[in-house]
Each structure stands twice: as C-alpha cells, then as structure tokens.
Design a protein around this ligand. Structure first.
Ligand code: SIN
Length: 529
C-alpha cells in the first residue's frame, strides 16, 4: 500500500494544474489510464474563453455564459470563474504556454482573439487550432521529473475506498483508491484523504463523439458508486460540426471556423441557419445542433456542409493548420470545397456535484474539470468556457485541500481481493455490450428525446447493468471491463436525469414537453439510495 498527500485521477488540464500546485505542499500521485498526454484536453481545438481586451468586460462574459446556460447557471460561480480567469491564464503563460498574437495596425502585437458561438465579443485565446495540445504539452513538461509528483501511466482507478464502505460508523469520507496496473494486471491500493477526480467526460457513451476513446465517464461512475451526489447529467452537449468521413474518427471542425465566417449549408449550398436563429451560424450550440438534426431528418441527407471557401487559402492554412491538413489528407480542400459535418456528443455539462471549492458531497473527494458539475454551465455550456473552468477550479480545489488541512486518523485499508476470478473468456461479449450501449444512447437519448425512447433506453440499460455486474464479479478486471462498467453506469444516470426533467431546456430537448417550465428552474440532483 502506498500513501500520498494527494491523489489525482486524470492528467488533463485540471488534473495536472492541481498536481503542480499541490506538489508545493506534499506528495502527489497522478493516476492516468494511458500515457500522461493522452487526454481530452489535448484534443481541444477552440481555446480558452477569457476576458482580455478593452472592448470586452467581465459583465459581458458573464451575460453570455448565463444566456447559453438557459436559466440553470449558478451566477456566483459564473462570476468567479470569469473574474479569476485572467490570473489563472497568467500562471499558465508563466509555465511556458503561448497563445497566438497578431500585429496591431499601430505597431506592436496583441492577443489574436477568436470568436465562437454565443460569445458577444472576440475572447477566445488560442494556439492556432491545437490549443489543448499546446496546453497539455506545457503542463506535462512542468510535471515531468517533478520530485514530488509520481505519474502512474497505464493505470486505471477501479473504485474509491471510503470509511462507509469499510463499515465505519463515522462521517463517510474517502480514504483511498484501488488502481489497476494495466501492464501487470495487479491491483494497487493507494491511500490518501484527498482524492481529486479530474477524469474528464463521457463522450464514448454515444456512438458518435468528438472525444477520444478514454472518455468513458470513469469519474462520475466511481463517485456515484462511492455515494457522492451527481447532477445535471441530462445536459450532454452535441457539437454541431464533427467531420463526416468514413476514415475520420471523432475529428472536430472547431466552432472557431464559424467564428471566421463559415456558413452551414445543405447539399444544394443553401445556408439554413438564418431560418433558425437571429445569430445564424453563431447561435448557441444546442440550437445549431438541433437545426442540423432537423435539416438532416427533413432532407434524408447523411450530413450537412460547412462552407469557409470565402476565406483566402493562406489565412486558413495559418489559422486552422490541423483542420486544413486533416481534411486535405482525406481529399477535402477546405479552401474550395465545403466540409461534410454532422453533430456528435462533445461535452458533459453535468457531473459530480461540487461547491465553489471543487468539494463533492463526499468528504475528501474533489472533482474538477469536465467530470464536475460546478454550476458554471447550467443547461448548456458556452464554447471554450471549459478550459477556463478547469484552471479556476484546480486552483480553488488546491486552496481548499491545503489550507488548514488536518490529517485524518490513518485507517488500515484492505488489499484488493480478486476472489475466484478467471480471465474473460469471451471478449466479444464485452465489445457487444459496449456497442449496444453506445448505439442505444445515440438512438434513444440523443439530440431530440421523447419519454418513450428514454423509457426504452432505461429498460435496456437495467438489463445491461446486471450483465456487466456479473462480468465484474466473475472475471479478472481489465481496462475494457472497467470502462464498460463505468459506461453503463453513466448511461443510466443520463437517462434517469433526462426522465426526471419534464420540460425542454438548453441541451435537453424533448418532443413530449417542448416548453421550458417554471417548475424546473433547478439542478437535477441524483443520490444513490
Ligand atoms: C471547438 O473548437 O469548437 C470546441 C470548443 C469547445 O468545445 O469549447
């Protein structure tokens, strides 16, 4: 058994930012499923929304965030994220991150701010169209060889250990975590009274997603099993523009492309967003995704198109090198051809419920980044607010976890007991269930919902949960099996939250209750009974 002052699960922007700060006060273990840079952060194209020009203001950023959130944002949280953002950005820059600059007409340079849907001003700090990758590289370089940080790559957290689970009658709190070493197959017992979930989102619960394979909802599922409250899981954001091509897997066409004037058009080249919203192609994401879904259903087309051909080739190559090159490799010249796109699951706006310090309802357990539901996003996240939220809450959680921390009495933790488990003999069963979950979520719990479809999904998921639980008890744990177990748990939570919201609001749109109801101006909060 190994003991650390802090254990961080996940190595994206939230996890590594917390780890670097906490390492000034004690030992830190960072547990990550693959190589440390293999994170959803590294896939973020757009950038970080942060007030940084004289034409912008905290009030405007707050107003845009509240408007996108459709009545469910916690205004105090929005205010603090928006206002603390610039200081957190300065810290990132001090670590070596550089955001794109542009020449000023009067000489010198200034930040080259991008624009995305729902933002009334240009306020997206970016590094071309691979902002997340640059941030991840900066943080990984700072963590690498840090004397107080031990990064466990290819390790997957299985479950949190709590005093409640161990049978203590005292206040329930987190005391450690079981972790699978994927290479050796051994399960380690790591001990800490401060555990931080920074495990990202759950895009893989859907058939089509812009997320990497690792996004299997591990943090929400673990927190749920440990008894922490989970909130607002019905609000899954579908990004309107994922590249539609048989050889492209989960490749995003950044909203920043629409920020530079791209228009969504149908197969005949007719722009359709003016018929849906006054902000046209820069309307909030839920509206754009639903408009595309409606157009595809109306015309029977497999995709719509994003046309940026009015911009000069040189500009597109410089501003969007990754999109330009990825499309070119697939035979699409974005300077002369519209890009085929479809909506895909992109971001989990709900998650493990936290307060303004990143604390969950389980003592000692923090949640930061996409895994958390802080109150910032409400019913729909404003584009590029998530990286900012991750930085702000990593800092706040660090302050809370270190200020006046009183170590708790050490408890003897039982080692992992594998029982009478055998190797999974039929991998096909795991893959089949995995596919079934993702397809049923896409078909029944997607952009447009109905009670009947949700009920159908709930019934299927209950059976799948039983089956997966059986595998879990009978077979040796592997990453695939653990991810499947988490995926089915999170899928069921999304459905349960969606079923309890009898209205349409933000990202939750149902044909049975098309209006926004006054009775539902509150978070959906789920607690395990
Ligand atoms: C994008 O580049 O469109 C993604 C930005 C975000 O999801 O915040």
């Amino acid at each position: 058994m190994e003991k650390f002052d802090h254990i961080v699960l996940g190595s994206g922007i939230a996890g590594l930012t917390y780890a670097l700060k906490a390492a000034t006060h004690g030992t830190v273990a960072v547990v990550t499923k693959r190589a440390k840079a293999t994170t959803n952060t590294a896939w973020a194209q757009g950038g970080v929304a942060c007030v940084s020009s004289p034409e912008d203001s905290f009030d405007l950023h707050t107003k845009d965030t509240l408007e996108a959130g459709a009545g469910l944002c916690h205004e105090d949280i929005v205010n603090l994220v928006v206002r603390e953002g610039p200081d957190r950005i300065k810290e990132l820059v001090a670590l070596g991150m550089s955001f794109d600059l542009r020449e000023k007409p009067e000489g010198g340079t200034e930040l080259d701010l991008g624009r995305e849907g729902g933002h009334s001003k240009r306020r997206i700090l970016h590094a071309h169209d691979f902002t997340g990758l640059e941030i991840e590289k900066t943080l990984v370089a700072a963590v690498e060889h840090h004397p107080s940080i031990n990064v466990l790559e290819d390790h997957m957290a299985i479950d949190l250990i709590t005093t409640g689970k161990l049978g203590y009658a005292t206040e329930d709190r987190v005391v450690g975590v079981y972790v699978l070493d994927e290479k050796s197959g051994e399960v380690l017992t790591l001990r800490s009274d401060r555990i931080v979930l920074a495990t990202g989102g759950c895009g893989k619960v859907y058939l089509y997603t812009t997320n990497p394979d690792i996004a299997s909802g591990d943090g929400v599922a673990m927190a749920w099993r440990a008894g922490a409250a989970v909130s607002n899981m019905e609000f899954i954001q579908f990004h309107p523009t994922c590249l539609f091509h048989p050889e492209a897997k989960s490749f995003l066409i950044s909203e920043a492309v629409r920020g530079e004037g791209a228009r969504l058009v149908d197969g005949q080249g007719t722009a359709f967003m003016p018929g849906y919203h006054a902000l046209k192609d820069l309307a909030p994401r839920d509206i754009v995704a639903r408009a595309i879904d409606a157009e595809m259903k109306r015309t029977g087309a497999k995709c719509v198109f994003l046309d940026i051909t009015h911009q000069p080739r040189e500009f597109l190559r410089e501003r969007f090198p990754k999109i330009y090159e990825t499309c070119a490799a697939l035979g699409i010249d974005i300077t002369t051809q519209p890009i085929p796109v479809v909506p895909a699951a992109h971001y989990q706006c709900g998650g493990v419920k936290t307060n303004d310090r990143g604390e969950t309802t389980l003592r000692g357990l923090f949640a930061i980044g996409e895994v958390a539901c802080t109150g910032l996003h409400g019913a729909n996240r404003l584009a590029s607010n998530s990286l900012l939220e991750a930085l702000v809450f990593a800092h706040r959680a660090f302050l809370k976890a270190t200020k006046n921390h009183r170590p708790t009495d050490p408890i003897q933790l039982p080692e992992w007991r594998p029982g009478r488990v055998v190797d999974v003999d039929e991998l096909v069963v795991i893959y089949h269930n995995w596919d079934e979950i993702r397809r049923l979520m896409w078909d029944y719990v997607g952009i447009v919902r109905t009670d009947k479809r949700l009920q159908r999904a709930a019934t299927r998921l209950r059976n799948l949960q039983k089956e997966v639980q059986e595998f879990y008890w009978n077979f040796k744990v592997t990453t695939d099996l653990l991810e499947l177990r988490n995926l089915v748990t999170v899928a069921a939570l999304i459905v349960d939250c969606a079923l309890s919201r009898k209205e349409s609001r933000g990202l939750h749109y149902t044909l049975d209750y098309r209006e926004t109801g006054q009775l539902f101006v509150q978070d959906t909060v789920m607690r395990r009974v």
